[in-house]
Design a protein around this ligand. Structure first.
Ligand SMILES: *[C@@H]1O[C@H](CO)[C@@H](O)[C@H](O)[C@H]1NC(C)=O
Ligand SMILES: *[C@@H]1O[C@H](CO)[C@@H](O)[C@H](O)[C@H]1NC(C)=O
Ligand SMILES: *[C@@H]1O[C@H](CO)[C@@H](O)[C@H](O)[C@H]1NC(C)=O
Ligand SMILES: *[C@@H]1O[C@H](CO)[C@@H](O)[C@H](O)[C@H]1NC(C)=O
Ligand SMILES: *[C@@H]1O[C@H](CO)[C@@H](O)[C@H](O)[C@H]1NC(C)=O
Ligand SMILES: *[C@@H]1O[C@H](CO)[C@@H](O)[C@H](O)[C@H]1NC(C)=O
Ligand SMILES: *[C@@H]1O[C@H](CO)[C@@H](O)[C@H](O)[C@H]1NC(C)=O
Ligand SMILES: *[C@@H]1O[C@H](CO)[C@@H](O)[C@H](O)[C@H]1NC(C)=O
Ligand SMILES: *[C@@H]1O[C@H](CO)[C@@H](O)[C@H](O)[C@H]1NC(C)=O
Ligand SMILES: *[C@@H]1O[C@H](CO)[C@@H](O)[C@H](O)[C@H]1NC(C)=O
Ligand SMILES: *[C@@H]1O[C@H](CO)[C@@H](O)[C@H](O)[C@H]1NC(C)=O
Ligand SMILES: *[C@@H]1O[C@H](CO)[C@@H](O)[C@H](O)[C@H]1NC(C)=O
Length: 836
């Protein structure tokens, strides 16, 4: 028992000691004077569990209210009360029944615990009198609702007229708002975090004559600076039929510009919502603007701006609100330099001058701005000029390199009879290129009715398609897209200096010229893009390509890399100079798609009488690199692929001199076997198309006889991929076969080792491969026996050749011969069941 009593006594002593300790650490006495009319309220932060309490004379409580004249001493039961409690110190100032205690406002009473606290000054005053809140430097900056001040110190100003409260705004320290004048009562609050070192309120209150409006907010803008302000209650509505004014004090040697960033209008029943400016030197003060107008810019010195509301529709008042920015800058050196932009002869064109990144990126309010002026005081960050007028523009900008031009021109055809044979030049007008502003984009919108199509030509410069293997490096490029109401097809990116002479497209076309460097200024002197409306074409796009014989040309299907849309067909017509032979190769060996509906085909055909057509279906290998002696077509038609497979095709064309190639060909005479090898690896059907056949329908017959007369058995070996349908070898054999037949009447080709070209397609064209000839072998007709093969580098390429000189025929008759030959062989084939 004694031990128990001793323990209890010890506990009591310990408790007493700890209580004393707490008391000594955090004991507060608050005794607001009656005359100050200050009430202090300490309460738990909303939503916090009451794990900390207030102890007043051993009474534990969770909140405390100390009224004027009371004297309360208290402690907290925890050592971090700032985590649990907040404090409100409200001072009522009654200017209605007694004298107003104006002057500096103090943060009384002293000795308050360090808690987040809100000082509230509730001033009751007559609506006939004006009150002025004057802030000491560094003044205030208005913030949007929800925004936080960096030091968590914020002021909130509410105006009380009659029973209504209007939130004039929330402000942080450190800005340019120096005074706020109000009518009638005001509730001013100052929020301080518990650890704020602030000991003064930073403002005083003074009595002023009536201001005859809701409020006046004064800003003093000293150097280059910017300020953002909002209408009272923002983003809610400005009170009905109210008036307020912002005064801006600006040094007379500085220029101010006003930008309305965000506003909405209410539904006015009577009067109009508007803003009015008093601008120094203006002869028409006040200058009245709609909120939707471009607001005045380049104002020299101090000015004021008033916002006037209207009588609103009681049923549907709407919201009048305004968020705006005032930017103060030094006068710009070029402010008096005007540029003439003559768009009087242009048609259906808009030219927009804007800052870099517009309209996606809105520059931070703090960034230096560039203004574009239509006249000395109508300036904006974005200026749009329209065709048919002449403008004199100037720039208020330190660095014009931040500005860009985007222009758009519409060309439409209503009736082909009117627009056919008319050639429209798609070039950027001089009025634009001569401006000291970089052209960002020039967009031509070409609109045609259904059944009228569009042809783009670049007769002298010709276009290059931008492909990974051959990137455009010019100072500008054209992005071409065709659009129906349902789909958009990105035809590709093209730049001058290539081989595409002409593109014909269905649908409406958008061509965007984009510039990449200042070099465009020079290159713009010889732009060469023309457009005309043409009668209906069959394919989605047809390219006419006339390559430079020295170049390797890469071409790829539109919508790269996402793939051709389903059922779309594209064709390329490649011109082969008469003394040249073209080599055509695909960058991959398969189309790489599986069809869900329909079939996809690649058709290749030389534009010569009786030429064979090569038809590859999507499940077949694409042709190996091959030689083309005449102008030829490469046509691609898509099926509806199964999900996730998309048709993308790329091919290349190179040229070689017929003479040189002939030497090579003649040199590469070697052993037998080529035909067999070709038969195994070439997969496409070669056929002579019947006249009535749909050009986009390929031919497929899995039961085709894969044997060539006289070379039986060779075709059964060596298929790399069992799944691949290698069914059309006879047709390839025919190509070679006719040569053989021509030479000695029997199908017994001389063949060389075959290895497919499977190396990467690099930027350097491969050395010219040996070729076989149908037409041009004649030139070497003198050579009864070709020289033996001396160049072993070439034996990695596929070729077949005629053992002996071909004939004395000229090209024309030979073409005919070829045609005849293939006709007969093909017909045999078709009788064998080649056509499905
Ligand atoms: C408040 O009360 C304490 C004692 O409880 C006393 O020391 C102090 O002087 C009083 N303060 C005022 C202003 O009355
Ligand atoms: C005190 O103010 C700071 C800053 O505004 C805030 O993060 C904190 O939660 C506040 N504490 C309480 C108890 O309200
Ligand atoms: C204190 O404020 C209240 C409320 O505004 C007012 O009724 C009262 O007269 C004021 N007292 C003094 C002494 O100013
Ligand atoms: C006031 O604002 C300016 C610019 O906004 C800033 O550079 C300065 O540090 C700020 N001063 C204080 C005391 O916050
Ligand atoms: C303008 O108002 C809209 C809608 O209230 C808001 O989403 C947007 O952030 C505002 N812009 C600025 C600059 O305050
Ligand atoms: C606005 O400025 C004009 C001219 O300086 C001045 O006469 C007028 O009183 C000002 N209005 C307000 C409300 O500041
Ligand atoms: C621009 O012209 C006005 C009026 O003639 C003049 O006051 C101003 O100084 C000029 N600005 C510059 C930068 O020369
Ligand atoms: C002008 O261009 C627009 C597209 O930019 C187009 O819709 C309109 O039809 C064109 N008008 C004429 C007359 O070409
Ligand atoms: C651009 O590329 C072409 C070949 O595609 C090349 O001949 C030319 O020198 C390049 N020009 C520049 C400026 O890189
Ligand atoms: C092209 O635009 C014109 C005008 O907007 C429209 O009437 C026509 O149907 C469009 N053509 C296609 C193929 O979308
Ligand atoms: C434009 O051409 C001129 C002369 O023709 C040349 O001096 C200048 O360097 C060129 N500028 C660019 C950006 O290529
Ligand atoms: C390719 O398409 C063009 C244009 O539609 C057509 O004239 C040509 O006959 C087609 N060629 C082949 C081989 O399908």
């Amino acid at each position: 028992m004694a031990a128990g009593r001793a323990l209890a006594a010890l506990l009591v002593a310990l408790l007493a000691a700890s209580a004393q300790l707490l008391q000594r650490e955090a004991s507060f006495t608050i005794s607001p004077r009656t005359a100050d009319n200050i009430t202090v309220m300490i309460k738990l932060r909303p939503g916090v569990s009451p794990s900390c309490q207030i102890r007043v004379k051993n009474v534990i409580r969770s909140e405390l209210k100390i009224k004027p004249g009371e004297n309360v001493t208290f402690t907290f039961t925890c050592s971090t009360p700032e985590k649990h409690f907040v404090m409100e110190i409200q001072k009522n100032i009654d200017c209605v029944s007694g004298p107003c205690p104006f002057g500096d406002v103090h943060l009384y009473p002293l000795g308050l615990p360090r808690l987040n606290r809100t000082f509230i000054w509730d001033v009751k005053a007559s609506t006939k009198a004006g009150l002025e809140l004057k802030f000491s430097a560094p003044w205030l900056r208005q913030i949007e609702p929800g925004e936080m001040c960096p030091d968590f110190v914020s002021y909130n100003i509410n105006s009380c007229i009659d029973m209504a409260t209007v939130n004039i705004g929330t402000f942080c320290r450190n800005g340019s708002v120096s005074r706020v004048k109000l009518l009638g009562g005001v509730v001013m609050s100052l929020h301080l975090p518990w650890d704020s070192p602030l000991t003064t309120s930073g403002f005083n209150i003074a009595n002023r004559a009536s201001i005859k409006r809701l409020c006046i907010i004064e800003s003093i803008l000293k150097g280059e600076s910017s300020i953002t302000l909002m209408s009272p209650n923002y983003p809610l509505g400005f009170p009905e039929d109210e008036l307020m004014t912002w005064q801006f004090v600006v040094p007379s040697n500085m220029r101010a510009s006003v930008f309305f960033h965000n506003y909405s209008l209410s539904n006015c029943e009577r009067k109009e919502e508007r803003v009015e400016y008093y601008i120094p030197g203006s002869l028409s003060n006040p200058e009245v603007f709609k909120l939707s107008d471009s607001q005045p810019a380049n104002i020299a010195g101090s000015f004021n701006l008033s916002l006037q509301g209207c009588d609103q529709d009681a049923q549907n008042p709407g919201i009048l609100r305004l968020l705006f920015q005032v930017v103060v800058q030094h006068p710009q050196i070029d402010e008096n330099v005007t540029h003439l932009v003559d768009l009087s002869k242009e048609w259906n064109m808009t030219v927009t001058i804007h800052f870099e990144g517009w309209p996606r990126h809105i520059p931070l309010m703090s960034e230096p701005i560039c203004l574009i002026c239509k006249d000395p005081r109508t300036c904006d960050r974005v200026l749009t000029l329209v065709s048919g007028a002449v403008y004199e523009i100037s720039f208020l900008c330190k660095d014009l390199s931040h500005l860009r031009i985007t222009a758009e021109k519409g060309i439409s055809c209503v009736d082909l009879r009117w627009c056919q044979r008319k050639i429209y030049s798609l070039s950027v007008p001089k009025a634009i290129t001569q401006l000291p502003i970089r052209l960002h984009k020039f967009i031509w919108k070409l609109l045609a009715p259904d059944l009228v199509n569009i042809e783009i030509t670049s007769p002298s410069l010709k276009l290059q398609q931008h492909v990974p293997e051959q990137r455009c490096n010019t100072s500008y490029s054209y992005s071409i897209a065709s659009a129906t109401p349902e789909t958009e097809l990105n035809v590709g990116i093209f730049c001058p200096g290539g081989s595409i002479e002409k593109i014909q497209m269905r649908n409406n076309i958008t061509i965007s010229l984009k510039t990449f460097s200042k070099g465009f200024l020079n290159e713009s002197n010889h732009q060469d893009l023309k457009m005309s409306f043409v009668p209906h074409i069959k394919d989605e796009c047809t390219f006419t390509v006339s390559p430079d014989p020295k170049a390797k040309v890469y071409l790829q299907t539109p919508n790269w890399p996402y793939g051709l849309p389903p059922y779309v067909s594209i064709s390329w017509y490649i011109l082969v100079p008469s003394k040249q032979v073209a080599r055509l190769g695909f960058s991959k060996d398969r189309m790489g798609i599986a069809c869900e509906t329909g079939r996809a085909y690649v058709n290749i055909k030389e534009e010569t009488l009786g030429a064979e057509e090569t038809v590859c279906r999507e499940d077949e290998l694409l042709p190996e690199p091959r030689n083309m002696y005449h102008n030829f077509w490469v046509n691609v038609s898509n099926c509806k692929p199964v999900d996730k497979t998309q048709l993308t095709l790329q091919f290349w064309v190179t040229f070689a001199d017929k003479q040189i190639d002939l030497g090579v060909i003649l040199a590469v005479v070697a052993g037998a076997g080529v035909l067999a090898a070709i038969g195994l690896t070439v997969c496409c059907v070669k056929k002579k198309r019947k006249k009535n056949q749909n050009p986009m329908v390929g031919v497929y017959n899995p039961n085709v006889n894969t044997q060539v007369p006289g070379k039986q058995g060779l075709f059964t070996k060596g298929r790399k991929n069992n799944e691949s349908h290698v069914y059309a070898v006879i047709d390839d054999a025919m190509v070679y076969g006719h040569l053989l037949k021509e030479s000695n009447g029997s199908v017994a080709p001389e063949v060389d080792v075959y290895r497919p070209f499977d190396g990467p397609i690099g930027s350097v064209p491969p050395s010219p491969p040996p070729l076989y000839f149908r037409k041009d072998v004649k030139r070497s007709s003198n050579a009864e026996e070709p020289p033996p093969l001396t160049d072993t580098d070439h034996d990695t390429y596929t070729f077949a050749h005629q053992k002996s000189g071909q004939s004395e025929d000229n090209g024309d008759t030979n073409e005919k011969n070829n045609g005849d030959m293939s006709v007969s062989l093909l017909e045999n084939k078709e009788q064998d069941g080649l056509v499905e």
